[in-house]
Design a protein around this ligand. Structure first.
Ligand SMILES: *[C@@H]1O[C@H](CO)[C@@H](O)[C@H](O)[C@H]1NC(C)=O
Ligand SMILES: *[C@@H]1O[C@H](CO)[C@@H](O)[C@H](O)[C@H]1NC(C)=O
Ligand SMILES: *[C@@H]1O[C@H](CO)[C@@H](O)[C@H](O)[C@H]1NC(C)=O
Ligand SMILES: *[C@@H]1O[C@H](CO)[C@@H](O)[C@H](O)[C@H]1NC(C)=O
Ligand SMILES: *[C@@H]1O[C@H](CO)[C@@H](O)[C@H](O)[C@H]1NC(C)=O
Ligand SMILES: *[C@@H]1O[C@H](CO)[C@@H](O)[C@H](O)[C@H]1NC(C)=O
Ligand SMILES: *[C@@H]1O[C@H](CO)[C@@H](O)[C@H](O)[C@H]1NC(C)=O
Ligand SMILES: *[C@@H]1O[C@H](CO)[C@@H](O)[C@H](O)[C@H]1NC(C)=O
Ligand SMILES: *[C@@H]1O[C@H](CO)[C@@H](O)[C@H](O)[C@H]1NC(C)=O
Ligand SMILES: *[C@@H]1O[C@H](CO)[C@@H](O)[C@H](O)[C@H]1NC(C)=O
Ligand SMILES: *[C@@H]1O[C@H](CO)[C@@H](O)[C@H](O)[C@H]1NC(C)=O
Ligand SMILES: *[C@@H]1O[C@H](CO)[C@@H](O)[C@H](O)[C@H]1NC(C)=O
Ligand SMILES: [Cu+2]
Length: 625
């Protein structure tokens, strides 16, 4: 008996030691710097690179490893932060990188130490979470391999010979500061998103991927773009999807996949046995997302090369691009069942509208997110028992307080005619329902619990999911990761328009957790940035319910004053000042304004005289996300 016990203990220790041996500390020293690049061969511009080079390195680690990453802000004119997309950050909320959410902005010259362990495996990515910086190139994949133990557990669940990482993205010729200025502008009252100039693959174009015949490749694909979703396919080859957003799934074979900004799909590719022909790797932009015409080539061809002596392939076509793999029907290998009925249901409605400054904003339940003066995590940590009261986090942050271990259901009704890829930090959520495209209905169709489709017993979990136009999604997750987590649209432009809400999860557990206390490095970064690491949303450390001088959104438009009125006002002002007729200017205006005129029909616009004095920004609004 004792012998058995000792040998079992020995076996246990053996595995324990193996496990400890397997986990390593991985150190990275990265410096965000401006670099000049010409990624699409059409235009040289300044981008945000790493250590004076581009692109950023792909980070690789094993499940269980500790990451220590020293990020220096080598950009002389802007703050920055770094987010590890899809990583839960259990007990290390302050390492999640959300600017003014869980992270003080890192000022120029500052170095922030990101320090956390990995509980997950699969494909992730890392990117700046400040303003629109990831559109400027501050982005790269993050691969977490499964532990290599002899126990047979924690191994990649499918056989393959070789692994390949592909990033797809969109690329602009202007930088995020210029783009944001023109986008969030009185002259763009419809909120038409800037159109990228190019679609990239592995941060370039015309990729040549040399394959060997009769092999199985694991292709890890991530869309690191700021805006458009892309269809991806390889001519005459099937894609066997095995992982989405770090979640292993039952194999699903498809011809093409639809990848929104921030989503990941890993698939197995079996190469052919013959080498007489080469094939096209195709990227097609989802053109439904483009409000205005631009200079974008909406599809790009790259090359799957079996034979360097054979001809390069020409572009390939698919019969019906809408017939892509529907992630709603994927099944996680874990077999994790649908979470039970929710303890707490959050219902939000997405709209886009103009405020008094004539700019177009995005709203959850009529509130557009405006960053607080103190990062929400720091408010939580300094509020004592008041941390459970949503009021202290500000009236313009869309904050919801969640109780520890509750099952949360988030119902998102999209009253907007666009598709949006929503991302939640700190969690993978179950995709419980997703409504069809209701573009053809007169009004948006909200979720109707009574008449919902039957739920799947084992629904897919992931961290980024799209909602269809005028339709809804229903998500569930367990509040088992105390911290402050943002839920937002991953289209950078929509996030800049305020399409974010904040989940303050089990605040008292966060306070009690030794590991969640701010590091000295973090406190010094806050000081250097001039951000108070304590106090309510208005930076009041005395009275947490006194929100005087908090950041709030600009006022609503006066009733009866619409986008149409703004357009009229803008154009009659221009006409007045220049003393020429509107039509004369038409030809000189950049594309967005032209589109606006077309959308609203200039001839039929009447000037709303009474409101003309109201079109002024009247409060400070921050877009420092
Ligand atoms: C960046 O530079 C630092 C300091 O010179 C160096 O330690 C680090 O390895 C470099 N990182 C990359 C990815 O080149
Ligand atoms: C890609 O190939 C096309 C067609 O051959 C060429 O016009 C273009 O300049 C290439 N782009 C880059 C970035 O090499
Ligand atoms: C980071 O890059 C900036 C700009 O190139 C440079 O001034 C600074 O010395 C670099 N810092 C480190 C730690 O490498
Ligand atoms: C910041 O750095 C860029 C690129 O290195 C340089 O062109 C610019 O003049 C600098 N700006 C300031 C304010 O120092
Ligand atoms: C960095 O953030 C702080 C706090 O919001 C702000 O005061 C400062 O102007 C920012 N710095 C830059 C260079 O944008
Ligand atoms: C990272 O965190 C661990 C655990 O708290 C700590 O032991 C270690 O010193 C930290 N590393 C750095 C570079 O601060
Ligand atoms: C796993 O460990 C074995 C033995 O050390 C090694 O041969 C193999 O290459 C490792 N596999 C991976 C994927 O690292
Ligand atoms: C393909 O590979 C398998 C296993 O490696 C081998 O048995 C088979 O003969 C190969 N087939 C061809 C046509 O090369
Ligand atoms: C290549 O040949 C092997 C056996 O020789 C077969 O199992 C495999 O399906 C073939 N691959 C393709 C893509 O036809
Ligand atoms: C690619 O774009 C061109 C130009 O818009 C179009 O003529 C062609 O049909 C497109 N190809 C595919 C595969 O969609
Ligand atoms: C694969 O996806 C399709 C939807 O695109 C679904 O109908 C089918 O059930 C899925 N099969 C598996 C095995 O996941
Ligand atoms: C970490 O958080 C995730 C996300 O909610 C959760 O699934 C997981 O169980 C947590 N792990 C620990 C050790 O708390
Ligand atoms: Cu969106």
């Amino acid at each position: 008996m004792l012998k058995l016990f000792i040998s079992l203990l020995g076996l246990f220790l053996f595995f324990l030691i193996n496990l400890i041996n397997a986990a390593e500390v991985k150190n990275f020293y990265l410096n965000a710097t401006y670099v000049n690049v010409n990624l699409d061969g059409k235009y040289e511009r300044q981008a945000i690179g790493c250590n004076d080079t581009y692109p950023w390195p792909t980070l690789e680690a094993n499940k269980g490893d500790r990451i220590q990453l020293w990020l220096t802000n080598g950009l002389n004119d802007t703050n920055t932060t770094l987010h590890f997309h899809g990583i839960w950050q259990n007990h290390t909320n302050q390492m999640d990188g959300g600017d003014m959410i869980s992270n003080c902005p890192i000022p120029p010259g500052g170095t922030f130490i990101y320090n956390f362990t990995l509980e997950q495996s699969g494909l992730y990515w890392y990117h700046s979470h400040t303003a629109g910086q990831f559109a400027d190139g501050f982005r790269a994949p993050f691969v977490i391999h499964d532990k290599n133990t002899t126990s047979g557990e924690d191994e990649f669940p499918y056989e393959y010979d070789e692994e390949v990482i592909l990033t797809i993205s969109d690329w602009y010729h202007q930088d995020n500061v210029e783009l944001t200025k023109d986008f969030l502008d009185l002259y763009n009252p419809t909120g038409a998103e800037p159109i990228p100039e190019s679609l990239l693959i592995n941060e370039g174009m015309n990729l040549t991927w040399k394959v060997e015949p009769n092999k199985t490749y694991l292709v890890r694909l991530v869309n690191t773009g700021a805006f458009v979703s892309q269809i991806f396919f390889i001519e005459d080859h099937q894609l066997e999807v095995v992982e989405v957003d770090g979640v292993y799934v039952e194999k699903n074979i498809t011809d093409h996949i639809y990848v929104t900004s921030a989503q990941r799909y890993s698939f197995l590719l079996h190469t052919k046995n013959s080498t007489d022909k080469n094939f096209a790797i195709m990227q097609l932009c989802d053109q439904d997302m483009l409000d205005v015409p631009g200079n974008l080539n909406t599809n790009e061809t790259s090359y799957l090369i079996y034979n360097e002596d054979a001809d390069l392939p020409t572009e390939a076509y698919i019969y019906d691009w809408e017939d892509f793999l529907d992630d709603y029907y994927l099944s996680p290998l874990s077999g994790s069942e649908l979470l039970e009925d929710p303890d707490y249901q959050i219902v939000v409605e997405v709209t886009m509208n103009n405020l008094n400054d004539g700019k177009n904003y995005a709203f959850f339940n009529n509130l557009t997110y405006v960053a607080p003066k103190v990062p929400t995590l720091m408010t939580l940590l300094s509020a004592g028992e008041l941390a459970t009261d949503a009021a202290i986090y500000g009236s313009n942050t869309n904050t919801f307080v969640l109780q520890h271990n509750e099952v949360i259901e988030l119902v998102l009704n999209n009253a907007d005619a666009g598709k949006h890829p929503f991302h939640m930090h700190g969690h993978h959520f179950q995709l419980v329902q997703r409504g069809p495209d209701y573009t053809d209905e007169t009004d948006p169709v909200p979720y109707d619990e009574e008449n919902a489709d039957e739920f799947r017993d084992v629904p897919l979990s992931r961290d980024t999911v799209f909602v269809r136009p005028n339709s809804y999604i229903v998500l569930r997750f367990k509040a088992d990761n105390p911290g402050v987590w943002i839920f937002h649209c991953h289209i950078e432009w929509h996030m800049i328009q305020g399409l974010s809400l904040i989940l303050v999860e089990a605040p008292l557990q966060v306070q009690k957790d030794e590991g969640q206390q701010l590091t000295e490095n973090h406190i010094s970064i806050c000081e250097a940035a001039g951000v108070l690491p304590s106090g309510n949303a208005a930076a009041n450390t005395e009275d947490f319910f006194d929100l005087t001088n908090e950041n709030v959104q600009v006022k609503d438009l006066p009733s009866g004053f619409t986008g149409r009125g703004i357009v009229a006002l803008v154009f009659s002002c221009i006409a007045g000042i220049l003393g020429i007729i509107v039509l004369g200017i038409y030809g000189l205006l950049p594309i967005n304004e032209k589109k606006v005129i077309e959308d609203f029909g200039v001839e039929s616009i009447e000037l709303d005289e009474t409101s003309s004095n109201d079109v002024q920004p009247n409060t400070k609004s921050s877009t420092s996300l």
